[in-house]
Each structure stands twice: as C-alpha cells, then as structure tokens.
Design a protein. Structure first.
Lengths: 201, 164
C-alpha cells in the first residue's frame, strides 16, 4: 500500500517581512520634533558699521571731501532716496552734470534700482577704475585677514545712502543690496560693498 | 448519500489584514532626510521674532545671538521669547528733538555695565530685528543711540532673498 502524500510540502513558508512598526513610531516622533526646530525661513545678518568703523575696514580715510592739495582723494559717492527719484552725487557736487544726476521713479512709483545698478557699474568703470593694489585688515570677529582691493580713491569701495524720513527700511535694504554687486554673465562684480547710512541732506 | 465535505473550503486560509508599510516608510524617510538637511544650528540660536516682519536681503552671513532689540512700528523692545519689554515708545521715537533716544541709551548703558561686571569683554555688538515698514528716521535715531553708547557693530537680521 502506498503512503499518503505528506502534507508538509503544502505548508506555506513563514513570512520574512521586517516588522516596521517600531521604526514607523520612531519616525513619527522625529518628524514633528524636526519640524519644530527646522529653519523654514533662512535668516542672515546685514552687518552695518558706522562711518568711522567702515572707513577703517575699507582702508579709507575717515575724513570726507576732496583732497586739499589739488589731487582728488575721495570719491564721496552718495545716493539720496528722494521723493522724486534716486539722486546720485560724486565729489559732493549738487549741480546737475556728470557728477550729479537723478534717476526718476518708475511709472509704478517705485525706485528704478535696475538703472541705478547699471549707473553704479558705469561709475565704477569710468571714475574708480581698476584696483591699484590690495590691502588686508584683521577681522576682529573671525581673527582672519580680510583682503580687499585698493583704488585710486580712498573711498573707492564706499557709498553713502541717505533717504527721506518716511522711507521704509525694506527700501533702504534694497538700495544697500543694489550698491554692493552687479551680476554680469552670472558672475558677481563688486561695486561699492561698504554702505553707510547718513542723514538726509 | 451525503456529499463529502469540501476540502477546498476547509483548508482555505484566511488572508491577513496587514498594512503595507513599505511605501509609507519610503515617504517618511524622505521627509526625515529633508528635515535633517534643512535643520541648521543657527535656526536654534536666533529665531525671527513673531512681532516683526523682517525685510529680505541678499546676504549670507549667519545670524548670531547676542544683545538683541526689536524695532517695530509700535516702538523699540527688548527681544525676549515672550512679552518683549518696551524700551522706547512711539512718542519718544517721533519726537523731532530726539536725535538720541534716552530710554534706549539707558538700556544699552546698563547692558554694557552688566557685561563688564560679569568680567566679559565688551565687544560693542548688537543684533537688531527691524521691521521692514519701520521708517528711516527711526532707524537713524537707533543707529545714533547705539553709536553714543559705544555699540559700533550693528547687525540687522534679514530674511535671505533667493533671487539675485
């Protein structure tokens, strides 16, 4: 008599799946924790140095105005956020001409920062020119040397900003941003990275 | 004659009602990695105040926690996690005769003295969270006051702008 076929071969293999529930529990706890500390809005610092400190940091002389010996030592670049537009002045000039001009407001009433940025680039090329050397200064915060270019004008990296009293801080910050760099072919070209805030004249 | 009992029905196994967690695990892992990447140490050091709407700027310097004040359209406050203490009210800020803000000057001098009493070097650094709608004349008064009290390095907290 033949034996009855064994039933063992029909036994299904036991499940080899991982028990993921503990891992899931851990992740469910971790996600709210990380969400609470995540910096979804990235912050940065806009460092502002008062004029005397900035002049020292930029390697410029703290005094303003042109040189008394006939040779111009300071550019004295200033932008005024006026009610009618952006007034740009160099060498402390206030008469319309190559060293004092105004960029009118855009039709929507906002400042034309694009044109202003282009004009600053023009000033940088035409008036300031290429660097004549480099200088370095110890950064007290980092303890490292900050290397910066030196131009024929002592304040060749500086621009003063003034604004009417009711100008919002965001507009002033936008102006400071525009003064720092110009993007050419995707590359940042330095304009006047040292921005000083001054009283409206 | 009775029918033989059905073998198929007798041996049919009940299907288990297990959840398929694999896809959920994948999703959770991606979220976890994303959050771990976005989490930075600076986020825990300095938080934007809920009382101030910060301006946007193209800066990349990491914020640091130091002596911090808030400038809002309601006045100047000492930066605290909850219930910030008012230092200067709008009346003092709008007063045209005030080039330097007396109450802020007193506060900054007290902080300077406190730092010196603790034996720490006074660096003259102050972090300012200034609302984007705060006007330039108020800002200049704060800058003047900080200058008067030997706070020479002013760091304004801004939100990083993404476009250049």
């Amino acid at each position: 008599m033949a034996f009855k076929p064994s039933l063992k071969k029909k036994r299904e293999p036991e499940s080899t799946e991982l028990n993921l529930l503990p891992v899931m529990n851990l992740i469910i706890v971790l996600i709210p924790l990380l969400l609470s500390v995540a910096k979804l809005t990235e912050m940065a610092l806009l460092e502002y140095l008062p004029p005397a400190e900035a002049a020292e940091g930029a390697g410029a002389a703290p005094e303003e105005g042109g040189g008394s010996g006939g040779e111009q030592t300071n550019l004295s670049l200033l932008v005024n956020l006026a009610e009618t537009g952006l007034q740009v002045s160099m060498f402390n000039k206030v008469d319309p001409g190559p060293y004092f001009f105004e960029i009118p407001l855009k039709p929507d009433g906002s400042y034309d920062f694009e044109t202003f940025n282009a004009r600053l680039w023009d000033i940088k090329q035409r008036e300031v020119g290429a660097p004549i050397g480099v200088d370095s200064l110890v950064n007290e915060k980092t303890g490292r040397y900050d290397v910066f270019p030196v131009y024929k004008y002592k304040d060749g990296r500086e621009i003063s900003i003034t604004a009417v009293g009711k100008t919002p801080f965001q507009v002033v910050v936008n102006a400071m941003d525009v003064c720092r760099y110009r993007s050419i072919d995707g590359e940042k070209q330095e304009l006047f990275p040292v921005t000083l805030l001054k009283q409206f004249q | 004659m009775a029918f033989a009992p059905s073998k198929s029905a007798k041996h049919r196994k009940r299907e288990k009602g297990e959840l398929m967690l694999n896809s959920m695990m994948d999703m959770m892992t991606i979220i976890l990695l994303f959050l771990l990447k976005t989490m930075g140490s600076s986020g825990a050091l300095l938080r934007p105040s809920p009382y101030v709407e910060l301006p946007k700027a193209m800066r990349d310097k990491e914020p640091q926690k130091g002596l911090c004040i808030l400038i809002t359209e309601q006045g100047i406050f000492e930066d605290m996690e909850r219930n910030p203490r008012m230092l200067v009210d709008t009346q003092e800020l709008t007063d045209a005769d005030n080039v330097v803000l007396p109450n802020l000057e007193t506060f900054l001098n007290d902080q300077k003295e406190f730092t010196k009493r603790l034996g720490k070097p006074f660096k003259g650094e102050i972090t300012i969270q200034c609302g984007k709608e705060v006007t330039y004349d108020w800002l200049l008064k704060v800058i003047n006051t900080c200058g008067q009290t030997e706070y020479a390095t002013l760091d304004f907290v801004v939100l990083k702008a993404t476009t250049s």
